[in-house]
Design a protein around this ligand. Structure first.
Ligand code: NAP
Length: 455
């Protein structure tokens, strides 16, 4: 079996990779498991030294690494460079903070001494998506390795070049051999890998369908899993919002990565008194964003990563329109081979339509006009997803209250759009998954929280 990397902009095959056989996969996992027993004995300072080298390598090679991403999945250049810089940030963040996040924590009891000790658990499998092909891997890799774990990566089949580049970078940064390895395998081999006794846990970032499959295998062999899945993030525009700022930030979030982001703003729920004003500005800004060559600095929206994904998105739009949704902008397949999709805005979307219930993984926005904040919250929460959400209001106290008590989501941003940040926990609820990445909480997902008591 082979896996192909195809440049979505040019439709050219960049490379073909032979899938590793199950025997090769087992051999690599054995080596990574062996590496764990010496890696776990290293100090935080030693690990931080390697992690700082990795940070430096990322920055030194950012043009080259961004280039691999651009050619394999069509990300526009400034976003690709930004992604590599963010990976460098997460490396330095955990290099500097892992020791304090995982230091022993004394707890007062009747014993002479009692404390929590955080210990690594072994080799963790990371199953990762193509949409942020470096960032998704680094936000797993940096905390996992700093905690003293080792890792194997099964990346999405269309970004094998990124997967191999990451493995090579880790090597060049001076990490011991086999502390982190890439497995070039398709999704059908993931079950076997999870069931391998040398694999101690699994993290998956991807679709809800893939999450359910990985979680059930992990459950059947009683291994810990963390799942970062899809989202259909709602943004509430309240009556007292600064409409221009809200429209600008909502459009930015919706179009980031050509709309292929789990935390992209996807549903815009606007109070009736400000609906027309918001709609006019939002549609104007969406209309200004042009698709084109990802290397052209003027391009706002690159091609979608694959033609099948673009066609699926268009079907979701078409079906919603057949059922009564209105197209305010876009909503067609441009001519030519490149899987572009224009910025698209829908309204009159109601329950039962794909655009109401499903994740729209591309530059398609849905506008809702509501009569009250209660109705806004009801629609926002009327989804199987619970990843991110936003609220625009000049009443910050109200914004905080709705963020804390109203919206069913793992992250809520008031007067801004949701972004992942190494310092803050990141993750979802409901079918957006469970567990958290990043921050002190993320690094503690794959450790043994060990209680030690001395009488
Ligand atoms: P995907 O099709 O689920 O693939 C993600 C990864 O899972 C790939 O490595 C894929 O391998 C593998 N995979 C697919 N089906 C599997 C199965 N049944 N068993 C085991 N592994 C399986 O998702 P995608 O299209 O790459 O990414 C888009 C999705 O990821 C969106 O839903 C998006 O919202 C979500 N996402 C979530 C977050 C978050 O943090 N919550 C971040 C980014 C993306 P193959 O490529 O070989 O099929």
């Amino acid at each position: 079996m082979t896996m192909q990397s195809i440049n979505p902009f040019t439709s050219q095959i960049i490379s073909e990779y032979r899938e590793y056989s199950s025997t090769e996969v087992e051999e690599i996992i054995q080596k990574v498991d062996q590496a764990f027993y010496s890696w776990k004995k290293t100090s935080f300072e030693q690990r931080a030294g390697c992690m700082k080298n990795l940070q430096a390598k990322l920055l030194e090679k950012k043009e080259e690494l961004a280039g691999i991403m651009i050619s394999e999945m069509g990300k526009v250049k400034r976003e690709a460079i930004g992604e590599i810089e963010k990976c460098a940030w997460v490396c330095s963040f955990y290099a500097e903070n892992a020791g304090s996040f995982l230091k022993n924590e004394p707890i007062k009891t009747e014993a002479s001494e009692s404390y929590i000790s955080y210990q690594p658990i072994g080799t963790v499998l990371a199953v990762m998506p193509w949409n942020f092909p470096f960032w998704q891997v680094f936000r797993f890799l940096a905390p996992a390795l700093m905690a003293g774990n080792t890792g194997v990566l099964k990346h999405a089949s269309n970004v094998s070049g990124c997967a191999l580049a990451i493995e090579q970078l880790v090597r060049e940064a001076g990490f011991p051999e086999n502390v982190f390895r890439t497995l070039l395998i398709g999704s059908s081999q993931v079950k076997n890998v999870i069931e391998n006794p040398l694999i101690k846990a699994v993290t998956l970032t991807g679709s809800t369908l893939a999450g359910k499959s990985v979680a059930s295998t992990a459950g059947s062999v009683l291994k810990k899993s963390v799942l970062e899945l899809g989202g259909s993030d709602p943004y509430l525009i309240l009556e007292d919002a600064d409409i221009e700022t809200a429209a600008r930030l909502c459009v930015t979030s919706r179009l980031l990565n050509a709309g292929q982001s789990c935390i992209g703003a996807k549903r815009f729920i606007v109070l009736q008194t400000v609906y027309e004003a918001f709609k006019a500005e939002f549609v104007r800004l969406m209309g200004e964003a042009k698709y084109g060559d990802p290397l052209d600095p003027q391009t706002a929206i690159g091609p979608l990563a694959r033609t099948d994904l673009r066609d699926e998105l268009h079907q979701q739009v078409l079906k919603s329109v057949e059922m009564g949704a209105t197209v305010l902008l876009g909503g067609y397949i441009p001519e030519g081979k490149t899987p572009f999709y224009p910025s698209t805005v829908l309204e009159n979307v109601v329950a039962g339509m794909p655009a109401y219930h499903e994740e729209l993984f591309g530059p398609v926005a849905v506008l809702f006009c509501v009569n009250s904040e209660e109705e806004a919250i009801r629609i926002a929460n009327d989804t199987v997803f619970g990843l991110g959400a936003g609220i625009f209001t000049s009443n910050v106290e109200k914004g905080k209250l709705l963020a804390e008590k109203g919206l069913e989501a793992g992250c809520v941003f008031v007067n801004d759009f949701v972004k992942s940040d190494p310092r803050l926990p990141f993750g979802g609820i409901k079918e957006s998954g469970y567990g958290r990445e990043l921050s002190a909480i993320g690094i503690r997902e794959f450790v043994n929280v060990k209680t030690v008591v001395v009488k």
